[in-house]
Design a protein around this ligand. Structure first.
Ligand code: SF4
Length: 515
């Protein structure tokens, strides 16, 4: 169903930019599930809602609008959604006028089924039509009936929508959406569609706008960033984009996710090595070390090529921290196949890995494959892989001890670090470092930089307890932006966003991430 007849109370977007704010006085909450792409979409949903007058709901208050931005990739995603919707039914009955909207991948996949199973949902919108949400809400309210709008392809690139950023110092910028690959475990291509590339000028304008607003770090986001440019016929477009980001004054850290080993070319490695603000970090999804399993996954590289890429990256960028995604127990995986994964993991020296146990994703080709591996076997292999990667992560982290690292200070420290009076930051290679501020030294704000010597290593983070001489604070525009944001919100953290800055998991196929 598509929209043909907007109601009189339309959104600002629908009225040539006129400043209509039909939802003034109403509050909203966005609950986000899934990958970084969804977290970024939720920033857009929030920005769009606020542009029509909605305000983030206060903590412990009931929002007038609850939006679920769903994920179809994770196991039990639908049970989780319907459980949440079930809980909200009574809340909605007790709050006349409250609305519930469901968007994201599960909405794209299940469409009208959502309203059959949860008829108290007011709006269902797909991954391609976030921009219609305010109009759909308004129509639903006006007509007192549910609205569904699911487009099969993208009409407006989502980054042209207003965005409410989750962080003042770091921002996500979409360079493409969708994916032209057909990995057999992945539901992304059928839900997010074919790859659509954004024009470089638009991307760079958004990066510049973020920097102007105080950001010092940008992560370029796409399901498969290496193929960026395929739509407008420039195979070197991604490397050029990295180099162009290097020209933006005030932009101190550039990252990207996710590349695909099959399309990873030397010009990208050169651009990474030769552009000072592109950080020495790479997330390169392996998925399996077995060539047979890679073939069954329909991933067109082989383990030798994968290892060659890592070798080249380390030749040019010796301190690069490389992370990965690995699936254990893909259909047909034998003990020999798994041994290949262990071999490639040992050789790859990943600084960390997102490890997943395969289980059937309805709607994917792998879900219909014979020779599904028994759960107990998957579990046992998974534990061996985790033990191996934990050892390697700890060894790789230990190499940081004694080194000087400039950390970009983050807003969240984690409960244990906070208990010990430590703050947290990210090293250039994106590893997490908890640090203490020496007595008498100035405390940094989120977005500032501190330089410290790492004193202790753990598998998943490092610690620095510097002396006053060892501690260097560099205040930044991002720290100033944090001050401004705090002043605007009277020091209250803005509610309304779930998900926060979680681990990057674009196109992540499976479930049960290790805790
Ligand atoms: S796993 Fe990544 S590359 Fe493969 S189909 Fe999914 S999004 Fe595309």
């Amino acid at each position: 169903m598509t929209l043909t007849d907007p109601t009189p109370r339309t959104t600002p977007l629908a009225q040539d930019g006129a400043a209509a704010r039909p939802h003034e006085g109403l509050t909203y909450e966005v609950r986000t599930f899934g990958c970084q792409m969804n977290v970024h979409d939720s920033e857009r949903i929030s920005g769009l809602l606020e542009s029509t007058g909605y305000a983030p709901v206060a903590e412990d208050a009931q929002a007038d609008l609850v939006v679920f931005n769903t994920c179809a990739v994770r196991e039990n995603a639908d049970n989780r959604l319907y459980g949440n919707l079930g809980n909200l039914r009574a809340v909605k009955d007790a709050h006349p006028g409250m609305q519930i909207a469901v968007g994201g991948c599960l909405a794209q996949k299940d469409q009208a089924a959502i309203q059959r199973r949860a008829p108290w949902v007011d709006v269902v919108f797909g991954t391609h039509n976030i921009g219609s949400l305010p109009v759909l809400l308004e129509r639903s309210r006006h007509n007192a009936e549910a609205e569904i709008e699911i487009l099969e392809s993208l009409e407006v690139f989502p980054s042209t929508l207003p965005t409410k950023r989750d962080s003042t110092h770091s921002g996500w910028v979409s360079i493409s959406v969708g994916c032209n690959n057909t990995c057999t475990f992945c539901i992304v291509p059928s839900l997010r569609g074919k790859e659509r590339d954004r024009r470089p000028g638009e991307i760079l304008a958004e990066v510049q706008a973020l920097v102007d607003a105080g950001a010092v770090e940008v992560t370029l986001l796409g399901q498969n960033v290496n193929t960026y440019g395929v739509e407008f016929g420039d195979r070197g477009a991604f490397a050029k984009l990295l180099r162009a980001c290097g020209e933006i004054e005030g932009l101190e850290r550039v990252r990207f996710t996710s590349p695909h080993p099959a399309a990873f070319t030397d010009d990208v490695i050169d651009a990474m090595a030769e552009t000072p603000n592109v950080m020495p970090q790479l997330h390169m999804p392996l998925q399996s070390g077995s060539d047979k399993v890679l073939k069954d996954m329909r991933r067109s590289y082989r383990s030798a090529k994968f290892l060659r890429i890592l070798e080249k990256v380390r030749e040019r960028i010796p301190h690069a921290a490389i992370t990965t995604d690995i699936i254990v127990g893909f259909p047909g995986e034998t003990e020999e196949d798994f041994a290949e994964t262990m071999r490639v993991v040992e050789a790859s020296r990943f600084s960390s890995a997102f490890t997943f146990q395969y289980s059937i994703r309805p709607g994917t080709p792998a879900g219909k494959m014979d020779h599904q591996v028994p759960k107990a076997v998957v579990q046992e292999r998974f534990e061996r892989l985790v033990a191996l990667q934990d050892r390697i992560s700890a060894e790789e982290m230990a190499t940081l001890v004694g080194t000087r690292q400039e950390l970009l200070v983050t807003a969240d420290s984690g409960s244990k670090a906070a208990e010990r009076g430590r703050l947290s930051g990210r090293a250039p290679d994106n590893r997490l470092v908890h640090f203490s501020v020496p007595a008498g030294a100035e405390t940094p704000r989120p977005g500032d930089f501190v330089t410290v010597t790492v004193t202790e290593a753990h598998p998943f983070f490092a610690v620095a307890d510097p002396t006053a001489q060892d501690y260097v604070l560099r205040r930044s525009r991002a720290g100033d932006a944090w001050d401004r944001a705090q002043a605007e919100s009277c020091g209250a953290p803005a509610p309304g966003m779930a998900g926060g800055s979680g681990a990057t998991s674009l196109g992540m196929p499976t479930l049960r991430p290790r805790s």
